[in-house]
Design a protein around this ligand. Structure first.
Ligand code: SF4
Length: 222
């Protein structure tokens, strides 16, 4: 059994409720969406003849090799991200079964029903709205799931109207909402953070920084 992997690295969580925590990142290749501002296009846009997303950096890696790489770090906090990692969740199960004692969180766009809920401590669901350029889709990670939080990417003040409508129609409690600035450079993220924080203060949402962008810009594996 293997997974199509884009990268495995050790860093700190840069987004969401666990921001600042040291974590091992397992980034899987492939995504079912095409966000126009995607900051990890390398996980899905370099197709070759071998396999749909197989590239020099996206390669099939056996579960035992992945485990070896994860266990190489002393940290027992794992972030599974992508791309859209739930597209490979059947193949993820044998890996998750062998990660006893790990705190595991997943980053997902919420378009796929989860089969791996019991292995996870936290689900960071980031629904992609109209501003992402994708057609609308149903939210498959329901707010009744106590592990789920919802992270919305905000680029312009006008995005807020759609986010508010979405939160209301999907019955997402405000304390489960995180607003995060869109941007791949420090200047843009910093400028947007200021007005997004004011919106969070006004509405009782949580603010998520993009710590990795503030520190390292658009660099990979950090
Ligand atoms: S869902 Fe995530 S990985 Fe997929 S295109 Fe959008 S931002 Fe990129």
């Amino acid at each position: 059994m293997s997974l199509l992997v884009s990268e495995i690295f050790y860093s700190i969580q840069g987004e969401g409720p666990n921001v600042g925590k040291p974590a091992v990142f397992l980034r899987l290749a492939g995504c079912n969406l095409r966000c126009k501002w995607c900051d990890s296009k390398f996980t899905w846009n370099n197709q070759s003849s071998n396999s749909k997303f197989q590239t020099k950096s996206n390669v099939q890696v056996s579960i035992s090799k992945i485990l070896q790489q994860i266990r190489k770090y002393k940290c027992k906090h794992l972030v599974i991200t992508g791309g859209e990692p739930t597209l490979q969740q059947d193949a993820l199960i044998p890996l998750l079964e062998r990660l006893n004692g790990y705190y595991i969180e997943i980053e997902t766009n919420g378009s796929v029903k989860l089969k791996i809920n019991k292995y996870l401590e936290q689900i960071n669901c980031s629904p992609k709205l109209k501003s992402s350029g994708n057609p609308p889709y149903s939210l498959m990670i329901k707010p009744t799931n106590r592990k789920a939080v919802y992270k919305f990417v905000v680029a312009k003040k006008s995005d807020l109207k759609e986010i508010e409508k979405y939160i209301k129609s999907n019955k997402i409690p405000t304390d489960k909402v995180w607003l995060m600035p869109e941007g791949v450079n420090k200047k843009v993220v910093q400028e947007r953070s200021k007005w997004i924080i004011e919106i969070c203060k006004k509405n009782g949402y949580n603010f998520s920084p993009r710590l990795h962008v503030m520190l390292w810009g658009n660099k990979r594996s950090v």
